[in-house]
Design a binder for this molecule. Structure first.
Ligand code: AMP
Ligand code: MN
Ligand code: MN
Ligand code: MN
Length: 287
């Protein structure tokens, strides 16, 4: 059983709703004993969570979800058990955060052409730590009453091809893997079934990822179906990759719940088999 492990979650340092402390407290309540905080393009939540993790006795895996552009598509790599003091990783993430601010200005300008004004000012208020996500724009569009829910905000305005979409170039695949590996972390392709890739495209992503030093696929996320789990575990075996699992929890009002995940199939090797109990932040895996 490893339903007590969740290796993908967000705090309000990116587009999550909870503070690091409240996220750890929520993990404790849900019976999660090992939680990775993996905010988009920042490590700030991990620093703040350390104290709460000690207090609530939750094993904290320092992580990050890095925005990557691969063949013109937006892909997410999760870095797990990274050294948060690594300066190359920190500098890389800072660059991505500045791209986020620039992109937000461009999205706001496109929205103003549709008559939706002051978006940049308003999303900057919503994104407390200036890590501006499309989720913040979705919130803002709901407040403006131009979309009835998040899904509609994305479908009408924010998705690729819609009038509020702005294409930017994030980190390259190899660059993001270098940052993670340089910080002694484990590189994971986040939610591989969510990118609307054909199987051939996914295989080509996984191949390039493996060749660049990638370690694992996120075989299980909150929404993964059994046929997808079988397909992803086959890819893990074919490319000799480890398997990760994580809910991608963004907070209590969002649909994905923390924990409650399906099991990694027995024919896959889980990512945490790499981590030892001597590790300063990873202990008590049997809890
Ligand atoms: P960004 O990284 O700023 O481009 O924003 C991507 C984030 O928006 C993802 O991490 C999700 O949290 C959220 N997201 C993306 N697509 C959708 C969608 N169709 N509906 C709701 N949330 C979405
Ligand atoms: Mn997100
Ligand atoms: Mn993601
Ligand atoms: Mn995520």
């Amino acid at each position: 059983m490893h339903t007590h492990i969740d290796l993908h979650s967000h705090t309000h340092y990116s587009d999550g709703e909870l503070s690091p402390r409240d996220l750890i407290s929520c993990a404790k309540q849900k019976g999660i004993t090992t939680l990775a905080i993996t905010d988009h393009d920042t490590l700030a939540g991990v620093f703040e969570a350390k104290q709460a993790a000690k207090e609530f006795m939750v094993n904290l895996i320092p992580g990050v979800e890095i925005s990557v552009t691969w063949q013109g598509k937006s892909i997410h790599l999760v870095g797990l058990n990274v050294d948060v003091d690594n300066s190359t990783l920190q500098k890389g993430l800072e660059k991505l955060l500045s791209i986020r601010v620039e992109r937000a200005k461009m999205i706001a300008s496109q929205l103003s052409e549709l008559g939706i004004e002051n978006s940049f000012e308003e999303v900057s208020q919503l994104a407390k730590f200036n890590n501006i996500s499309r989720n913040h724009f979705a919130c803002h569009l709901l407040k403006k009453n131009v979309a009835k829910d998040f899904n509609q905000a994305f479908k009408r305005y924010l998705m690729n091809g819609r009038p509020g979409y702005v294409s930017v170039t994030w980190a390259s695949l190899s660059e993001a893997i270098e940052w993670i590996k340089g910080a002694q972390g484990v590189a994971v392709i986040a939610h591989p079934t969510r990118y609307k890739l054909t199987h051939t495209q996914l295989v080509s992503l996984v191949k390039e990822f493996k060749e660049a030093g990638g370690d694992a696929l996120e075989v299980i996320t909150a929404s993964t179906q059994f046929d997808e789990i079988r397909r992803m575990s086959r890819l893990c075996r074919e490319f000799n990759l480890l398997a990760s699992l994580g809910s991608d929890y963004h907070g209590p009002t969002t649909w994905a719940k923390m924990g409650n995940l399906k099991q990694i199939p027995e024919n896959c090797q889980p990512v945490w088999s790499l981590w030892s109990e001597d590790d300063a932040v990873f202990f008590n895996t049997s809890g």
